[in-house]
Ligand binder design. Sequence first.
Ligand code: SF4
Length: 412
Amino acid sequence: MAESATESTSDSSTKPDQSATDAISSPPQSHHVFPEIPIEIVSEEEMAIIDAALAATRSILPCAIRSASPSRIISGGSPKTTIRSITLFTKRKLSAACSADIEDSYLRRFRRNQALGVTDLTGTEWCEKQMENVLCFGRRKVSKAMKAGQARHLQLEEEVVRKVRVRVESNEDKWALKLLNSIAGVNQFLFEGRTRELLLLGFVGGQWIVGIIDELRNAYAQESSDTGPILIDTKTRLRDTLPAEPQRRNGRLQLMLYKLLWDTVVKEGFPTGPFFDYFSLNRHYVLSQDVRDHIANAGIQAQTLEEIVRYYENTFKMLPVANEQLLLKYEFQKDQSIIAEIRFQHDHEWVMSKYREIIEFWRNERDSEYTPEEERWKCRYCQFAKSCPGNPNFESSPPTSPPREASPPLPS
Ligand code: SF4
């Protein structure tokens, strides 16, 4: 079992349109086939997952830090988002308030000296206007379904990772632990063939990107002839139904972004100079005693952040690119049974075009857009619906709370 460091401080105190290449399968013990798996437009839990992506206000903390540490530290430069009540949102003309007189990019305003999270990117793909409003005004509270999903992910992680608390004294210490956790995760994958919640940081197309891969394992012989690791993402759901295509597309995008990130670090390396500059870190900083002790326990000789960064770079250099096949799992929250496993091929051109589009939004190189008209059903579940002109029911009063079933199942 790998060890994952959790920070504590001295004051103690994260496709193409319905593709023909998708293969959706039910678990071996089930006799369901794809057409028999009910599909719903959206569910409370799925919206929770999307909310979680849209939240995207978390910093680039490893899962261990996000989930387990009561004294968790938000890395320097956390978003300056103001959380206000939904009631307040409804009294504002959100779009105008968010962007009209502010020329600076969302990257500079909300992710200065931070990496963009993969969840930032997938949240933007869901609805740019929604992301814009989340950045400017905050998001609704974490729901019960979101908490349940987070708890399940923590449970899955703890099956393969043992957490230990380590005291940190600086941003350099925090970064050392993040990168050390990644190195430990990769080592676990190399020795055991599997790891979970692997944090990845890389420089993709001139932008620092961070993501936490749910699961990484060797491909089974019958699964793929490609020897690269299979990247897996598990979505938990309140009901044993598949989400609609836009939600599955969002899930495919997430996995392809992970592969893009992984392959970039493996093939193009890790630009150490830009790393220290962008995150304002001192490469020669001597890490705190606790962090150095933890690093030594992991079998690594390092005194400074630069040494850990080199180790991270060298670790990824020896890895293969990720498998072309990706796996999206849907799990029923109630009994943890698998609703479906969706296998699909990476599509480099598609993900790159999505990536460029999204980065343009973050860099303010174009205006943000409402979700496409055919997907405006999303508005019924959006916290900004009452004030958003993109909502088809903007003039009339939308329902105050989402119905449990959004609409009849989509045809498969
Ligand atoms: S109401 Fe609809 S278009 Fe407007 S931000 Fe929400 S999801 Fe996007």
